[in-house]
Design a protein around this ligand. Structure first.
Ligand SMILES: C[S@@+](CC[C@H](N)C(=O)[O-])C[C@H]1O[C@@H](n2cnc3c(N)ncnc32)[C@H](O)[C@@H]1O
Length: 454
């Protein structure tokens, strides 16, 4: 790999004897991993779970194809193992209010959702419009039901949610030195100036993030870069600027090491932060710090809950779909909200949106069409097995036809007419409509792909 001369010299100076191994590690292949989705009652039969990531509840080493049932159904999320350490450090507890401020494409958000289960509120935000759509796709594929997905600046988020969150994650945009093995093109952007530019941006983002914390709340800051300017020095700046913050210790195993105070202002508290180096552990590299707000920084504002807005006619159409096709779902009217003809289930205790740019106000339940309700793809992936009246098991060949958008015939249909959920390898695939004994494919047009089974 063609590493810049200044990069090599910088790390030779910082790492001393270790620099040789560190720099040599850039010639090794990137480490792959995936997390399994605890929301799925069973996992695909052929998943290789023989090589677990020791510090992660749901993580394994290995590569999963983006064209597999495991991926499409949301049974797994591909994530390199050092990135898993971020979610494990944040580890929100049930019912918390959680903010993921820099969230796309959604690796850490889906991980945080695994801790929350169906409880609490996960506000997941991405500043770039296009990337916020990718975030929404990944959140939906992972069957997350309690996420409010936003496309906002940190400034707007801070103004809307002062003193609101129990856990805040800032997985900051950074110089990405830990991504060089996976994406060598990233090296082109690297320069000492770029590193400094990133550090300034990180401070700007953190200055907003801290305003959203409740007293006692936890802030997790992470980067996928090795630059001390963006890692220890950023935390040193935080501690100096906000005496209300204290660093919390992080358990370090599997080759994860302490942060380096001597690479910042010498504050010994910085040893509590964590460094993940590719020559010391099996992963691409990260920096993680965990802090707690010890006293109030920003007074919370009184916010009302966002109210649902379903009309009587819409309620009737929805009730009729639920009666025919689902069982044991509990969707109180106050949480049902329409955006145009799209229906969503708000997460419990969602505060009013005001003027926020909302990408998804919760779980997409479906679309109101003339005189009927059509269930959403997101709903098919989010519902547990027993919540759907008719699950139809399809073969892998039929699955490939579904995800390609083809029509297909199926012998064992439980109904002549109505909605069924297609299931392959015990995983949810999509809703389909049975019309006169034939299956009508509703796999979303924008997500169709060729599974290349042969
Ligand atoms: C490291 S990536 C996040 C990765 C994500 N957390 C995950 O695990 O999949 C950083 C994100 O911050 C966003 N970003 C860039 N500039 C930003 C800014 N000024 N404020 C907030 N987010 C920003 C980027 O668009 C990018 O999606």
């Amino acid at each position: 790999m063609n590493l810049p001369k200044e990069f090599i010299q910088k790390y030779q100076k910082l790492l001393g004897d270790d620099a040789k191994d560190f720099l040599a590690s850039f010639e090794d292949p990137a480490t792959n991993g995936f997390r399994v989705n605890p929301h799925h009652q069973s996992l695909p039969a052929n998943l290789n779970l023989t090589d677990p990531v020791s510090y992660s509840k749901w993580g394994y080493f290995g590569k999963i194809s983006g064209r597999s049932v495991a991926h499409q159904s949301g049974a797994v999320y591909s994530q390199e193992p050092s990135a898993m350490f971020v979610g494990e450090t944040a580890a929100p507890t049930a019912s918390q209010r959680v903010l993921d401020l820099c969230a796309a494409p959604g690796g850490k958000t889906t991980h945080l959702s695994s801790f929350l289960g169906s409880t609490g509120l996960l506000v997941t935000n991405e500043i770039m419009g296009k990337r916020s759509k990718v975030l929404a796709e990944n959140v939906e594929r992972f069957g997350v039901a309690n996420a409010l997905i936003l496309n906002e600046t940190p400034e707007v988020i801070a103004a809307h949610f002062p003193g609101f969150f129990d856990t805040v994650l800032v997985d900051a945009p950074c110089s990405g030195e830990g991504m060089f093995r996976k994406d060598p093109d990233g090296i082109k952007y690297w320069s000492p100036d770029y590193v400094r530019e990133c550090a300034v941006r990180q401070q700007t983002i953190l200055a907003e993030a801290v305003k959203t914390l409740k007293p006692g709340g936890t802030l997790v800051y992470s980067t996928c870069t090795f630059a001390p300017e963006e890692d220890e020095q950023t935390i040193a700046w935080l501690l100096e600027t906000y005496p209300e913050l204290e660093v919390l210790p992080i358990d370090k195993t599997a080759g994860i090491v302490d942060g380096h105070p001597e690479w910042a202002d010498g504050n010994p508290e910085l040893t509590k932060t964590a460094r993940l180096f590719p020559h010391l552990m099996r992963g691409e590299g990260h920096f993680v710090a965990k802090l707690r707000l010890t006293s109030e920084l920003t007074a919370p504002k009184k916010s009302r809950l966002q109210r649902g807005n379903l009309t009587k006619d819409q309620k009737m159409l929805l009730d009729s779909f639920v009666a025919d096709s689902l069982q044991s779902v509990d969707w109180p009217s106050r949480r049902l909200i329409t955006f145009g003809d799209q229906l969503y289930l708000l997460p419990e205790a969602t505060p009013e949106f005001g003027h926020l740019k909302v990408v998804r106000p919760g779980l997409h339940l479906g679309t109101f069409k003339k005189g009927r309700f059509e269930p959403a793809y997101a709903l098919a992936l989010a519902l547990p097995t027993d919540a759907v009246r008719h699950n139809v098991t399809i073969s892998i060949t039929e699955w490939a036809m579904v995800v390609h958008g083809d029509q297909f015939k199926h012998d064992a249909l439980p109904v002549k007419k109505g909605w069924v959920r297609l299931v392959c390898d015990n995983q949810p695939v999509a809703f389909a409509k049975v019309v006169n004994g034939a299956v009508k494919n509703f796999f979303p047009k924008g997500l169709r792909f060729d599974a290349h089974l042969n």
